[in-house]
Design a protein around this ligand. Structure first.
Ligand code: DGP
Length: 112
């Protein structure tokens, strides 16, 4: 499968890993939009949140178990934002489900 994030999980493309377990891989975004910008992805290829179902939702729960650990390790005591772009209207550029963790400073109230 020609998926950039599957290649990152496989180690075929280098990444700056911040967390990994059986279900989840997390690494620094190549173009950070905040002082901390981490991408958290399932090790199973799902194109977006639109493909989450009762068959694979364990990957999403594992991601959300990992997020507070990552946030703590990154020192995000002031809070953080979690974003998952889904589809073209939301400008999803990589078609492998991912959650952005953004933090390390004050963000705008604006969401779109
Ligand atoms: P989105 O626009 O929500 O699909 O976010 C995709 C993110 O992936 C974007 O913030 C940039 C990041 N990205 C794209 N290619 C690479 C890469 O090769 N390595 C890393 N670390 N991040 C990447």
């Amino acid at each position: 499968m020609d998926c950039l994030f599957c290649k990152i999980i496989a180690g075929d493309i280098p990444s700056s890993k911040v967390y990994e377990d059986e279900y989840v891989y997390a690494f620094r975004d190549i173009a950070p939009q905040m002082p901390v910008h981490v991408l958290v992805i399932p090790k199973l290829h799902l194109a977006s949140a639109d493909e989450v179902s009762e068959v694979n939702s364990v990957y999403v729960s594992k991601i959300f178990e990992a997020i507070p650990k990552i946030a703590a390790a990154e020192g995000l005591t002031g809070g953080y934002r979690i974003i998952s772009n889904c589809g073209d209207d939301a400008c999803q550029s990589v078609k492998h489900l991912h959650f952005h963790i953004l933090g390390g400073g004050q963000m705008s109230e604006k969401m779109a």
